[in-house]
Design a protein around this ligand. Structure first.
Ligand code: S3P
Length: 443
């Protein structure tokens, strides 16, 4: 995919539904009793993998692709049936980690795997807490990665006979997670639905809270205190209508494009601005960006807004600590943004980037260096001296959707041609990305 220097981005764009919320809608809709209708569902490959897995667990799910609507005929907490073959999550880390929590609570055995990238990503982070809850879950190749095999477990310690009969073998735990990861937290909370008492997770910094919000909306009993979330077992989850806001992680590419391409003024409509996800907006403001939120709404605890972005002169800043989980997926595009900010930007405390779909520290630093940026990798992030003009280059996306999209945006503000290799990898989170981006930018 060749990207050329762009004229101003004008008008408005609507980005696809939030990926994290789309996954959770399928999962909780399946575990709830009754019909859950989901609007503005993300038709990306990752979320389609979640649908495929739950269909294999015998949940009827209808997909109306034209209207981006999904209807799930949930069967309640004990409604999943043994899958006939291996569950394949494709490229989706969220699917494998959250689904493993659910499968750990079932009375049947299952095996779950994914593509080459998934089979290299760390699963020890969920194996440890799920085993602490009594789950019999193992890495088939004993390397802490997928495939994962889940056997039925039987570790009930409770005195409560009723709970013992109902619970599928998991014991309540309080897990102190060493990483701020919503995938880890959510995996434990979903397993906690099948435990013999209250399950708690404490994380070093608060990660995205979509699981907590949606569980509460469906009738789960969730309490949050600082960095700790608790869940009561065996709620009766009831179906409801879910309308998914646009994904701020997808909106981020348009925010940055409008900020770095001269004379741009772009309205990005109906974007989720959940405070555990809106770190990119804070970073832009700290850098001096002209960004305004309009038309703010709240649906099911999830806030959304239209975001008006104007091209701005930016300055470098430090990004570290508790803000990192709220922008973890946006760091590649923030690295691009930093190249257009005067002075130094330092990104710290982001070692998690090394275990995403690619090693995003290494891949960003290599590709931005090839485009002429002054950027250095550190152990837990990167340092960028902004203000140097970028020029086009061949970009190896490493089949990572967020790398491909970040460099497409960089290409709009770089001299010459930028050639994105394997551009089709954007399909996991934003299948129409190039059409939307190039439609907005006058090449
Ligand atoms: C996600 C959580 C984040 C994020 C991923 C989606 C989720 O991962 O990077 O794209 O939906 O829970 P971690 O929780 O592992 O940081």
């Amino acid at each position: 995919m060749i990207i050329k220097k762009s004229g101003p981005l004008k008008g408005s764009v609507t980005v696809p539904g939030d990926k994290s919320i789309s996954h959770r809608a399928i999962m909780l809709g399946s575990l709830a009793q009754g019909k859950t209708e989901v609007d503005h569902f993300l038709l990306g490959d990752d979320c389609l993998s979640t649908i495929t897995c739950f269909r294999k667990l015998s949940i009827p799910i209808e997909l109306d692709a034209n209207n981006r609507r999904v209807t799930i005929h949930g069967k309640g907490l004990d409604g999943l049936l043994p899958p006939k073959d291996i569950l394949d999550v494709g490229n989706s880390g969220t699917t494998i980690r959250l689904l493993s929590g659910i499968l750990s609570g079932q009375k049947f055995k299952s095996t779950i795997t994914g593509d080459a990238s998934i089979r290299q990503r760390p699963m020890g982070r969920i194996l440890t807490p799920l085993r602490q809850m009594g789950a019999d879950i193992e890495s088939v190749n004993s390397n802490g990665c997928a495939p994962l095999k889940i056997n039925t477990s039987n570790n009930i310690k409770t005195e409560d006979k009723n709970l013992r009969r109902k619970a599928n073998g998991l014991k309540a735990t309080h897990y102190n997670s060493p990483v701020a990861s919503a995938q880890v937290k959510s995996s434990i909370l979903l397993a906690g639905l099948y435990a013999d008492g209250e399950t708690k997770v404490t994380e070093p910094f608060v990660s995205r809270n979509h699981t907590e919000l949606m569980l509460s909306e469906f009738g789960g009993q969730v309490t949050v205190s600082d960095n700790t979330v608790s869940i009561q077992p065996r709620p009766r989850l009831t179906s409801r209508k879910v309308t998914i806001p646009g994904d701020i992680s997808s909106a981020a590419y348009f925010i940055v494009a409008a900020l770095i391409v001269a004379n741009s003024e772009l309205l990005i409509k109906n974007v989720g601005i959940n405070p555990t996800r809106d770190g990119i907006l804070h970073v832009c403001h700290m850098m001096g960006a002209d960004i305004r939120l309009e038309n703010i709404k709240n649906d099911g605890g999830e806030r959304s807004a239209d975001i008006l972005v104007k091209h701005s002169n930016l300055k470098g800043i430090e990004i570290s600590g508790s803000i990192i989980p709220s922008l973890i997926d946006e760091i590649p595009i923030i690295a691009v943004l930093s190249c257009f900010a005067e002075g130094k930007t330092v990104i710290k405390d982001a070692e998690e980037l090394k275990v995403k779909e690619s090693n995003r520290i290494e891949v960003m630093v290599n590709n931005l260096t090839n485009m002429g940026a002054d950027i250095t990798a550190t152990e837990d992030g990167m340092i960028i001296n902004g203000g140097r003009p970028l020029h086009g280059a061949d970009i190896d996306s490493k089949l990572d959707h967020r790398i491909a999209m970040s460099f497409a945006v960089a290409g709009l503000a770089a001299d010459g041609e930028t050639n994105i290799l394997d551009p089709e990898c954007v399909a996991v989170s934003y299948p129409d990305f190039f059409e939307d981006l190039l439609g907005k930018s006058k090449l």
